[in-house]
Design a protein around this ligand. Structure first.
Ligand code: HEC
Ligand code: HEC
Length: 389
């Protein structure tokens, strides 16, 4: 409850969350005996559904606050189901693995028939971090998901994965037809959506979104070390944390001085949505530049969340760096003077690429700080794990 409170305070939503969580927690869902017998033929589901409240119940547009139990449970089954790919080989989890904070440890993920894409899979542990890019009406939002920000929502991103000929290769219609013939889905969709025709293309995507949103957990050392904020204010992320070692606190200082203008200090929201961070002088993948056909966006990519960064390597859109040490070396000495390089990475007087020139111990401090962003609950909890037997 405390974490949920903090979380709401963070995103600045002043609602009566006390009554709202109590209400949800008192509702416990059971399956009938015959339902559970059918489900348990293929799935390891508990008698009572897990509670995905932390995020699924937050009052933010596009995040469906009405059912943190059955929709996310259904979403979990869909997320791990190889049936989502046309040849039964690939699920969302093939490229978004729990142990890797829902990213892929491979540079490029394998999709249908061994085909690989050209981008590193993005971790899914902080979709809430992009919440400021969601407005009251999703249709008027610019994109935020994927490395070149081509999707406005997780629904759209999921649909693209399902229908991509190199990822899963289904049409949504074919997939819905397949799912309609599956006894376990009849039960799961009925619980989640009810009505006469609960298995629709729209509901498939909605349930997957519910599950993905629920992954935005907040149980890292960083979160657990945040000082208590007075009067429900925002906790002070700049003061030294009591629970941090001197090295972690110094890493935090260095991060807030050099990195937070893009990645943010609270790790709950990205400050700058996209940037060129000087990886190359000439980019093979032009990112937003290719998507928009605009030269001034060449080499500009989404600024990713750094939550769980320890587990989600390799790093950058093309997975070029294996370790966090290599990433820090890049920012310390390797930033390229590309025409589109972000001002935040330029020396203000010369207007050329900044060399941060961290000492070895500063580099270690930065790495130690980044390691405090790992939420081990996210990668271990059964409620986010593969439910298939
Ligand atoms: C074959 C591998 C593969 C499969 C299967 C796959 N993804 Fe992805 N996913 C990726 C890659 C690679 C990216 C980055 C794409 C890009 O930038 O163009 C990505 C990006 C995303 C993002 C954007 C995250 C962000 O922070 O911008 C979401 C959300 C996502 N995937 C959800 C899903 C869901 C849900 C499924 C199943 C319906 C799925 N993916 C299936 C590889 C995959
Ligand atoms: C100008 C904005 C900006 C600043 C300042 C910045 N970054 Fe980044 N960072 C980015 C962008 C953009 C990417 C993705 C680039 C790409 O893949 O092409 C990125 C990627 C990363 C990644 C890899 C994430 C992943 O999922 O692959 C890490 C780790 C990282 N930055 C850490 C840092 C640290 C540490 C600092 C400070 C020393 C820093 N960043 C400063 C914009 C910035």
């Amino acid at each position: 409850m405390k974490k949920f409170l903090l979380f709401l305070v963070f995103i600045g939503v002043g609602v009566s969350f006390q009554s709202c969580t109590d209400e949800v927690n008192s509702e416990v869902y059971h399956y009938t005996e015959s339902e559970i017998t059918t489900l348990r033929q293929t799935l390891n589901l508990p008698d009572e559904t897990f509670d995905y409240t932390v995020v699924a119940n937050r009052p933010i547009p596009g995040f469906n606050p009405d059912d943190p139990f059955h929709k996310a449970t259904l979403g979990r089954v869909l997320f791990y189901d190889n049936t989502l790919s046309v040849d039964g080989s690939t699920s969302c989890a093939s490229c978004h693995k729990q142990e890797a904070a829902f990213a892929d440890t491979e540079k490029f993920s394998e999709g249908l028939n061994g085909q690989v894409g050209t981008r590193n899979s993005l971790p899914l542990g902080n979709t809430i971090g992009f919440v400021k890019y969601y407005g009251t009406d999703l249709t008027f939002q610019s994109g935020f998901f994927s490395w070149d920000e081509k999707f406005v929502s997780i629904n759209d991103q999921s649909e693209a994965a399902i229908t991509s000929p190199i990822e899963m290769g289904h049409s949504m219609w074919e997939l819905a037809t397949k799912i309609k013939a599956d006894e376990k889905y009849k039960i799961l969709f009925d619980k989640a959506y009810g009505g006469n025709n609960p298995i629709t293309e729209e509901n498939i995507l909605d349930a997957v979104t519910e599950f993905v949103n629920s992954l935005s957990s907040r149980a890292s050392k960083f979160d657990n070390s945040l000082p208590t904020a007075p009067n429900f204010g925002t906790p002070d992320v700049f003061a030294d944390f009591e629970g941090f070692s001197p090295s972690e606190n110094n890493g935090k200082r260095l991060f807030n001085a050099n990195c937070s203008s893009c990645h943010g200090s609270s790790h709950n929201a990205i400050v700058q949505s996209s940037a060129n961070n000087g990886l190359d002088m000439v980019y093979a993948d032009k990112g937003l530049g290719a998507k928009e056909g605009l030269a001034y966006l060449n080499g500009v990519f989404k600024v990713p969340s750094l939550r769980n960064i320890e587990l989600s390597g390799p790093y950058m859109h093309d997975g070029r760096f294996e370790t966090l040490e290599e990433v820090i070396d890049h920012y310390s000495e390797g930033v390229q003077n590309h025409d589109n390089l972000s001002d935040a990475l330029k020396n203000p007087s010369t207007q050329t690429a900044l060399k941060m020139n961290f000492s070895n111990s500063e580099k270690q401090d930065l790495v130690n700080y980044l390691l405090t962003l790992t939420d081990y609950e996210l990668v271990q909890a059964e409620k986010w794990s593969d439910p298939f037997k």
